[in-house]
Design a protein around this ligand. Structure first.
Ligand SMILES: [Zn+2]
Length: 301
């Protein structure tokens, strides 16, 4: 009886630590790696997993923590590009598109960041951290094309594609850790397995985004969803096709980044054209204001 009571007290304390930890995090600090350390410390007394987890069961808050740790991995590989004007423009554009998606709100909202890399690439981590390289921005000839890149990444967040790349076995453990549903019994080696599963989950997603690729079906869904978002806002999806044609041309010389992690632009053009059958396409040259601000804000990239 006494043992059960002490277990309950310990579990209560553990939940309290995790709750305080979650409340104390300042997202704007961009100290994403610190979150992982804090979670690690908080679960040091945990041993046994009580309940199986599924992506659908992860709360937006839990998704946010996983996404931040993945974002930290991306920032360990790519440096941010510091340009206030470009950053502000990218975030206004990105937020506008996100609000037109079927998932306008994540736990701390969407954030968009330019990476100082010539590689043609973009990434979306769970919870809405979206990165685009300077190399990818250079593939965009208009705001409509840049909007297409961001809409594609927002689609990955909307459908939780990143979270779905976690191996099921690991998701069971990481879900239990983030829920605090870990039986409290110090001194067991099981804790190491739990922590290993959390780190493994973050690595599963990071590898998928940086080195591997989603299935072709997943990318088709992201492209279809991107077209929906673009047309809801009023962007011309022809900009999407223009972007893919430019990427196709550039991939003749540069076969890194997006070339490795996405289907060939040629097949993506077919998907986008299919989506556009029901839409009336306006002239792409009728949006001077958009293109003026696109050039003014991204000059020098
Ligand atoms: Zn994609």
């Amino acid at each position: 009886m006494k043992n059960i009571k002490s277990k309950q007290i310990l579990k209560f304390c553990l939940l309290g630590i995790i709750a305080l930890m979650l409340l104390s995090i300042n997202v704007k600090s961009m100290d994403w790696g610190n979150v992982l350390n804090q979670v690690s410390k908080a679960v040091k007394t945990g041993t046994k997993i009580k309940k199986a987890m599924d992506v659908a069961n992860l709360t937006p808050l839990q998704e946010h923590y996983i996404g931040r740790a993945v974002a930290a991995n991306i920032l360990a590989k790519y440096k941010p590009y510091y340009n206030q004007k470009a950053d502000r423009y990218l975030n206004i554009l990105g937020q506008t598109l996100a609000q037109a998606s079927d998932r306008p709100n994540t736990y701390m909202g969407y954030r968009f960041l330019i990476l100082d890399s010539d590689e043609i690439n973009s990434f979306a981590t769970p919870g809405g951290f979206i990165f685009i390289t300077k190399g990818m921005i250079r593939c965009c000839n208009s705001e409509d094309s840049l909007a297409a890149v961001l809409a594609h990444e927002i689609a990955h967040v909307q459908w939780k594609h990143g979270l779905r790349s976690i191996r099921t076995k690991r998701l069971v453990s990481v879900g239990a850790v983030l829920l605090g549903e870990v039986a409290v019994k110090s001194g067991s080696g099981d804790f190491k397995n739990v922590l290993k599963a959390f780190n493994g989950s973050v690595n599963d997603i990071s590898n998928k985004l940086i080195n591997s690729k989603y299935s072709r079906a997943t990318e088709v869904v992201a492209d279809q969803t991107a077209v929906t978002i673009l047309t809801r806002v009023g962007y011309n999806p022809q900009g999407f096709i223009d972007l893919l044609k430019t990427m196709q041309e550039k991939f003749r010389h540069d076969r890194h980044g997006f070339y490795k992690t996405h289907p060939a632009p040629k097949s993506r053009i077919r998907v986008v054209k299919q989506c556009l059958r029901g839409y009336t396409i306006k002239e792409i040259n009728n949006n001077n204001a958009r293109n003026q601000r696109f050039k003014a804000n991204l000059a020098g990239i």
